[in-house]
Write a protein that binds this ligand. Structure first.
Ligand code: GLN
Length: 496
């Protein structure tokens, strides 16, 4: 074995397992001990321990009997937004402390059927609301590139665990950027598929019209392998897309018509929305993104100027629609059906009030209040309805762009990861930093973040790629071509 086990990504580990160079039990043991020595990162909220080793043994047997899939025996972990029957699920909230689901989320079940080994549950912002993982009720996650900085959010634990090489891959969810932004901040690869590609069944709901699951890993190739297993129609999610199972790995490898070995992206038109490169964009981010675009050009892509004129409006639109849906979704946490219940109360109303006052953190309360307000009689038309109309216009703007290009590119976030505590007292500052991920979310489009270099303080910078509906194959193909030509995605924090 030339490389330490934790250095291997999903595809590489799959080959090593297939060649019997290593067993799933060995990898699982190795990673469990790494997880134990990296507790200071705060990436995990629960670890599986012996149960993981049992799954690894079963995976090794399955491989020996010739029944393995590409993922059999690969250790991963799930964002603690996915419900699991074998481990507690908290959604990063005190409200669900100690909660155990009677069933597995569809994404969890499908990956389980493919034979992955689940090592545990990953820390995240409370109910996935946040961009820095500082809204977790348990502990803020630290960025492995600089433990004085945030890992991004809300899938901060998922990103930090992969970046610190505690796992080859993890699951995340993205409502307004929560896969792409932490992937960017931690120097890993993540894909948020088209709304409806992955089932939302068993994914604790934040904003149901926006929530999507996706994989986070080192490379586009590893993401493609995971996404193939996670995705697909599910009759238990009424917004699940009705289409046949997709082999995203095969789609990623599919050569483009007219392409050559040196020019794999020949004919691919990449649109650069001028609103994604504002004056206020940090120099370091701009520099890394421009260099990545030049690399894509070298690979044969053509860059074209496009416009998404309502980019700035996506912030107020999202921060009306998402809280509106959250206020409705979170009404189920009433202290009666499950989760936390206040220990002392007078009548029923008092029980509701005390339970929710104790169970929810400040950001969640803020959003419930905003959401309730914008939906209330007299304000609905002025805020919620207006936001819905603008949401449609934002989606239409993308369709106009896609007349001129196949993919859209830009930064994931306006800066690299900020210092822990920096935006803690200023929620609006954090909302503003979501500007480049929100438009694609509101339109329901697929998007990726891929490592594209480093900026201030040696922190990773991500390149965002957005595609039209169900163009995950094109996205993954372009990202893979970029990763074949560059090694940003292979860089790890010092000492790892
Ligand atoms: N940062 C955004 C928010 O706070 C997005 C979160 C997410 O995608 N779950 O809502």
């Amino acid at each position: 074995m030339t490389r330490a086990l934790h250095q291997m990504g999903v595809a590489e580990l799959g080959r090593a397992l297939q060649d019997k160079a290593v067993s799933s039990v060995e990898v699982t043991q190795h990673l469990l001990s790494r997880i134990a020595t990296h507790e200071h990162l705060g990436a995990f909220l629960a670890t599986a321990g012996d149960a993981a080793l049992q799954q690894a043994r079963a995976a090794d047997e399955r491989r020996a009997s010739g029944q393995a899939t590409a993922l059999t025996g690969i250790p991963i972990a799930h964002k603690d937004i996915f419900v699991t029957s074998d481990l507690p699920t908290t959604a990063g909230s005190r409200m669900l402390q100690g909660y155990r689901s009677p069933f597995d989320a569809t994404v969890v079940a499908r990956l389980g059927e493919a034979g992955v080994v689940s090592l545990g549950k990953l820390n995240c912002d409370e109910f996935a609301m946040g961009s820095a993982n500082e809204n977790s009720a348990y502990a803020p996650v630290k960025n492995p590139w600089d433990t004085g900085r945030v890992p991004g959010g809300s899938s901060g634990g998922s990103a930090a665990a992969v970046a610190a090489r505690l796992l080859p891959a993890s699951t995340g969810t993205d409502t307004g950027g929560s896969i792409r932004q932490p992937a960017s901040f931690c120097g890993i690869t993540g894909i948020k598929p088209t709304y409806g590609v992955c089932s939302r069944y068993g994914m604790i709901a934040f904003a149901s019209s926006l929530d999507q699951a996706g994989p986070m890993a080192r490379s586009a190739e590893d993401c493609a392998l995971l996404l193939s297993a996670m995705s697909g129609f599910d009759e238990r999610d009424s917004t699940s897309a009705q289409r046949p199972p997709q082999d995203f790995h095969a789609q990623m490898l599919q050569p483009r018509e007219g392409a050559s070995a040196g020019q794999p992206l020949k004919g691919l038109r990449i649109g650069l929305p001028r609103e994604f490169f504002p004056e206020a964009l940090a120099q370091d981010v701009n520099g890394a993104v421009r260099a990545a675009l030049a690399e894509l050009e070298k690979l044969g892509a053509t860059l074209v100027d496009v416009s998404l004129p309502r980019t700035e409006l996506s912030i107020p639109v999202y921060y009306i629609i998402a809280p509106a849906e959250a206020s409705s979704n979170l009404s189920r946490f009433d202290g009666v059906r499950y989760g936390h219940r206040a220990s002392q109360y007078g009548d029923l109303m008092d029980m509701y009030k005390k339970t929710r006052a104790e169970g929810f953190g400040p950001e969640v309360k803020r959003r419930i209040m905003i959401g309730t307000y914008v939906l209330s009689h007299g304000y609905y038309d002025a805020y919620y309805l207006q936001a819905q109309k603008l949401r449609r216009m934002i989606a239409d703007d993308f369709q106009a762009c896609f007349q001129q290009c196949d993919l859209i590119a830009g930064p994931v976030a306006p800066t690299v990861a900020w210092k822990l505590g920096d935006k803690g007292g200023d929620p609006v500052a954090a909302y503003l930093a979501d500007i480049f991920t929100l438009p694609g979310s509101l339109a329901g489009l697929p998007g990726m973040s891929i490592p594209a270099g480093f900026g201030e303080g040696g922190m990773p910078v991500g390149l965002q790629l957005l595609g039209n509906y169900f163009q995950e194959g094109t996205l993954l193909h372009a990202a893979h071509a970029f990763q074949q030509a560059t090694d940003w995605h292979q860089r790890a924090p010092a000492g790892i």
